[in-house]
Design a protein around this ligand. Sequence first.
Ligand code: MN
Length: 194
Amino acid sequence: MFDLSQFPLPFEKSALAPYMSEQTLACHHGRHMGTYIQNLNQLVQNTKYADMPLDQIITQSAHDDAAQKIFNNAAQVFNHDFFFHCVMPNGGGSVPDKIADAFGGTDAFKSEFKSAAAAVFGSGWAWVVIDNGTLKIQTTPNADTPIAHGMRPVMTLDVWEHAYYLDYQNRRADFIDAFLDHMVNWGFVMGNLD
Ligand code: MN
């Protein structure tokens, strides 16, 4: 059994305002992520997934057509916990050289990430990943996650509407800018490169 208390927000709910409001975080972490956890607990009961750690549920259910709902909820738990660690108060700003250099400079990195995140049609995620040793920008639809495809996640932005609609309505581009300029936890991101 998983519990939301195993995946606490690493900052106060009000700490990212005005870029991500307390109301958004209460709803996003408490209700959306909370519901994925509740659903996952119910779905894995009496299945081979019941006692597995989260990452193993994800990698195994990704190749099990009968376990699509289990995959979706497990992947969303992982994706959200990872996302909430990718943001922090007074974050963002200057892109570390190791990331910037891999994409041809700060402006090129930001531009590629913004375009990718803006181009996700409907719900999904924008990522920086390590794929076969190379840093890349990727997007995934819905609940899909790099760890189901053998890639290592380095950074992510949730671009489901629930992540930004209360604060930005339809202006996803402004949310992406606020993420890069004011919220990215570069310490966590850089730690994922090692
Ligand atoms: Mn979300």
